[in-house]
Design a protein around this ligand. Structure first.
Ligand code: IPE
Ligand code: IPE
Ligand code: MG
Ligand code: MG
Ligand code: MG
Length: 341
């Protein structure tokens, strides 16, 4: 298949997965009467209409490699997507990234209120585990326990939440590439990695096969977050569905800034240090930083790094025999580099 056709097939397959997810989530989060009505509205708002649904797509495709049941994979993918949606609701809160735009719409705490957004996140999180522990997800209790344990590990202190803590702790201070990479692996990589691992669990894959899929997904996760951090500097609000420059204004040290630190001169380094010491950065600070980003080709260099992980990720699938399912996963590695949102 040529590149253009492969990319069209991938886009169609992802859109199909997103449509199935949407239907499933809609049924799951049907509206409630009474005081809890507001909670369920906020949960639906945070999970429906939008999102690339990358994580459930990875679960479905990984499960397909082993011819595991699509119905089971869909339920597991839904659980993972619920954790992801909850993480976004909490990530946008004023106490965290203070973002008012998500998936092109007001963030959950803006559309509702902060307390409701916190509760909606909490409820989405536990709903994920309710789904996984249900016999409809898999008849074998050992498989269900493995899924629950895996998702808990990927989401908790040693995974996504731990990464979010590093993210907050590293605001407004100098961090090195190693710390940033660890943060990216945890806050984004862990859940993406479990998305593939879950497919392997459902498919009763061998240890080697599971490890290969985990490696594949970890590197996709890294490339994905590197691209997200670069897009934060140059995408358009309309396409990205989030405010541009928010990482900068919130004082986050992401890869484009590390690259300026590495390539810039002493004066430029001091300039960046000074503006990151300030409580707030203004539009002039942003324009000057963008000029440095252009001067040192920091976005291009970020994508070069992402490309490295994309290639490593592609190679990790080498142990699988040629199949259409493997092809889709291989084509997906490039997605982080080509995406604009
Ligand atoms: C956003 O994730 C948060 C990151 C890990 C960068 P996605 O880019 O997958 O967000 P949606 O679900 O498509 O909105
Ligand atoms: C978020 O990273 C990762 C999560 C675990 C939610 P970001 O803070 O960069 O994600 P966006 O840019 O808000 O989507
Ligand atoms: Mg964040
Ligand atoms: Mg954020
Ligand atoms: Mg971001």
């Amino acid at each position: 298949m040529n590149n253009q056709r492969a990319s069209k097939a991938l886009t169609e397959a992802m859109a199909e997965c997103a449509a199935v997810m949407e239907k499933f989530l809609k049924n799951l989060l049907s509206s409630r009467k009474g005081y809890e009505g507001k909670l369920y509205s906020a949960m639906s708002y945070a999970s429906l209409k939008g999102g690339k649904r990358l994580r459930p797509f990875l679960t479905l495709q990984s499960a397909k490699l082993f011819e595991a049941s699509e119905q089971y994979a869909l339920r597991v993918g839904t659980a993972i997507e619920l954790i992801h949606c909850y993480s976004l609701v909490h990530d946008d809160l004023p106490a965290m990234d203070n973002d008012s735009l998500r998936r092109g719409r007001p963030s959950c705490h803006i559309a509702f209120d902060e307390a409701t957004a916190i509760l909606a996140g909490d409820a989405l999180q536990v709903l994920a585990f309710e789904i996984l522990s249900d016999p409809k997800t898999h008849p074998d209790p050992n498989v269900r326990v493995a899924l629950v344990k895996g998702l808990a590990i990927a989401s908790g202190g040693g995974g996504m939440v731990g990464g979010q803590m590093i993210d907050l702790e590293s605001e407004n201070c100098d961090v090195d590439l190693e710390t940033i990479s660890r943060m990216q692996r945890l806050k984004t990589g862990a859940l993406i990695s479990f998305s593939c691992e879950a497919g392997a669990i459902l498919g009763k894959a061998s240890v080697e096969e599971k490890q290969a899929l985990i490696k594949y997904a970890q590197d996709i996760g890294l490339a994905f977050q590197i691209a997200d951090d670069a897009l934060d500097y140059f995408s358009s609000k309309k396409i990205f569905g989030k405010e541009i420059g928010k990482d900068f204004y919130e004082g986050k040290t992401t890869l484009p800034l590390i690259i300026i630190f590495q390539r810039g001169n002493n004066e430029e380094r001091s300039f960046l240090k000074e503006i990151f010491k300030k409580k707030k950065r203004n539009e002039d600070d942003f324009s000057e930083t963008l000029a440095l980003i252009n001067k040192y080709k920091a976005v291009e260099a970020s994508f070069k790094r992402a490309e490295y992980f994309v290639n490593v990720s592609y190679d990790a699938l080498g142990i699988f025999q040629h199949s259409e399912e493997k092809n889709v996963l291989q084509n997906l590695t490039e997605f982080s580099l080509n995406r604009s949102f």
